[in-house]
Ligand binder design. Structure first.
Ligand code: 13P
Length: 254
């Protein structure tokens, strides 16, 4: 059984003061929900303050990126050990990083390896662009992202819970144009799990959680969570509103 996971990707929103306010609104509501793994992924500058507020809450903390090198002259970057000091999770290869910061399947793969070596749980994002979707290339693109992004990893059945994949069609992110729940589920069933099976075997592929991301809101969340291969959500905009994120998390707890 895969435990549902709901993660909030705050992107580049919330100063420390704003983060404290949001977390104070989130904690009581999220704590009351059982059976769901909950994760908040604020900007780097908020992590220490949010970590202090989450202590003992059972709510996990994640970063939105890391560098693959252990240390060095990499101005502006954050190492895996620095992230692991404060976080248990890290988002890797978000489409915004691929699109605006030139991340590739190769750099995603380096980051995933570095994160796992540091004991972090990577949330690895895949998904096709609008042009790729319209050209009918979804399966080709997503299976390449899985194959290359997750190449040469050692994942056992015991450690499969520490690898999370998020399927986020780029055309559904921040657009209000969510993928249909059946359409998203089909990508997971027909493309992502078979890709994971090829890499790690069927048992691991059945244990890795796959999240859907892209315009998840309180009023559509349940539809996604009712699908056989959707194990949770990576929530952007709606994770910035306490009531919405709590409602989405509740919908995952069925
Ligand atoms: P929205 O929920 O704002 O569409 O963002 C999705 C996303 O990119 C989460 O990583």
């Amino acid at each position: 059984m895969r435990q549902p996971l709901v993660a909030g990707n705050w992107k580049m929103y919330k100063t420390v003061a704003e983060a404290r306010q949001l977390v104070s609104e989130l904690v009581p509501g999220l704590q009351a929900i059982g059976g769901v793994e909950k994760v908040l992924c604020p900007p780097f500058t908020d992590l220490m303050a949010v970590a202090a507020l989450l202590e003992g809450s059972g709510i996990g903390l994640g970063a939105q990126n890391l560098h693959w090198e252990a240390q060095g002259a990499f101005t502006g970057e954050i190492s895996p050990a620095m992230v692991a000091e404060v976080c248990k999770y890290v988002i890797i290869g978000h489409s915004e990083r691929r699109q605006y910061f030139a991340e590739t399947d190769t750099t995603v793969n380096r980051k995933v390896k570095a994160a796992l070596a540091q004991g972090l749980t990577p949330i690895v994002c895949v998904g096709e662009t609008l042009a790729e979707y319209e050209a009918g290339r979804t399966a080709e693109v997503v299976s390449r992202q899985i194959k290359l992004g997750l190449a040469d990893l050692e994942i056992s059945e015991a450690s499969a819970g520490s690898l999370v994949v998020a399927y986020e069609p780029v055309w559904a992110i921040g657009t209000g144009k969510a993928a249909t729940s059946a359409g998203a589920n089909a990508v997971m069933t027909d493309v992502i799990r078979p890709g994971l099976t090829e890499l790690f075997g069927a048992a691991v592929a059945q244990s890795v959680r796959i999240l859907y991301g892209g315009s998840v809101k309180p009023d559509n969340a349940k539809e996604y969570f009712n699908q056989s291969d959707i194990d949770g959500a990576l929530v952007g905009g709606a994770s910035l509103k306490a009531g919405d994120f709590i409602a989405i998390t509740k919908a995952a707890a069925h």
